[in-house]
Write a protein that binds this ligand. Structure first.
Ligand SMILES: NC(=O)c1ccc[n+]([C@@H]2O[C@H](COP(=O)([O-])OP(=O)(O)OC[C@H]3O[C@@H](n4cnc5c(N)ncnc54)[C@H](OP(=O)(O)O)[C@@H]3O)[C@@H](O)[C@H]2O)c1
Length: 300
């Protein structure tokens, strides 16, 4: 069975990947204690011992606001560790699947970003993730980078679960209504990843994986289909939860501008991302955000 080295399984995307990728091979999922992404030497040692066919890396320094005051740590995990994955994968002829973010863009305009659009992060987190993308590409390893956005699911720490909890406790809530993007269900992202590995493996049937990989190299946008705002996302979640629990009183929600909710790190106002490349290359369209919110609320 192919060995798949999977990071970050205590996180949202990693947990979903652990389930989705299980049919593809033997999943080796070290926690931070076994492979600290802040420690390149221990990473190299671990990777060489496992010698995986695939490295799938959803682990990241994801504390967007905290990154403003601890950039070294953010860059260690989001850039340097990603470079190590690339270098080691190159040695092994393994493929790397890495996850990145809408925060690599400055959020200007109102059109969905394409993979070819210029980047311009406005936060340390965004800049460190962009540096990771570039570091991985520069290693020469076969790689695919999935830029996603607004990830949530039925478990883990995420916006939807926080809103649903607070909406049970409060009378009113104010939610930012001028940042535009799409929520992405962790399970949909994980299923897409499984599809891509299958697809690439099929293209490697008559050759070595390392020879098949370069044709798929690059960045792909992989966010939920459609668009909304944080206020729209919260409203839909609360509406669906209230439908299922008619006896419970939920807070009434109001939209506010970003300026009324200052945070240490700036967020892009436009996080819309075009899924056209993903569909064209791998035949995968990410689930519509409303459809996935319905699935998740049903599962709670
Ligand atoms: N969540 C979003 O809304 C969002 C949006 C756009 C892009 N993304 C990207 O999607 C990917 C997955 O995000 P997520 O939401 O699943 O993140 P998450 O829930 O915050 O999980 C992050 C994971 O990374 C691990 N990690 C962090 N530092 C580590 C270290 N030094 N050594 C080993 N493991 C470490 C964490 O382990 P511990 O439990 O030990 O801390 C955890 O398992 C990331 O690349 C993120 O940048 C996320």
């Amino acid at each position: 069975m192919a060995k798949i080295l999977l990071t970050g399984t205590s996180g949202q995307v990693g947990a979903a990947l652990k389930t989705a990728l299980a049919p593809l091979g033997e999943i080796i999922a070290p926690g931070r204690a076994e492979m600290d992404l802040g420690n390149p030497e221990s990473m190299r040692e671990f990777i060489r011992e496992v010698a995986p066919r695939w490295i799938v890396n959803p682990a990241a320094y994801t504390a967007v606001d905290k990154a403003e005051s601890e950039p070294e740590l953010a860059y260690a995990v989001n850039e340097h560790a990603v470079r190590v994955f690339g270098e080691e994968a190159e040695r092994l002829g393994a493929g790397v699947i890495h996850f990145s973010t809408d925060y690599v863009f400055d959020g200007s305009g109102d059109k969905p970003y394409r993979e070819t659009d210029p980047t311009g992060p406005v936060s340390v987190y965004g800049a460190s993730k962009l540096a990771g993308e570039k570091a991985l590409a520069a290693t020469g390893a076969g790689h695919m980078i999935f830029r996603t956005s607004w990830v949530y699911g039925a478990t883990g720490k995420n916006f939807l679960l926080t809103i649903l909890r607070l909406a049970r406790e409060r009378e009113t809530m104010s939610i930012v209504d001028d940042q535009h993007g799409a929520p992405t269900w962790s399970c949909d992202l994980a299923k897409m990843t499984q599809r891509v590995i299958d697809w690439v493996e099929a293209s490697a049937r008559d050759t070595e994986l390392k020879d098949a990989l370069p044709q798929w190299n690059g960045v792909y946008h992989a966010a939920g289909s459609g668009e909304t705002t944080w206020f729209g996302f919260a409203s839909e979640g609360v509406r669906l939860a209230a439908e299922r629990e008619p006896g419970v009183k939920f807070a009434s929600l109001a939209g506010i501008p970003t300026t009324a909710y200052p945070t240490p790190a700036k967020r892009p106002a436009n996080s819309r991302m075009s899924g056209e490349k993903l569909a064209a290359r791998f035949g995968w369209t990410m689930m519509g955000w409303k459809e996935s919110v319905a699935e998740v609320v049903k599962a709670l």
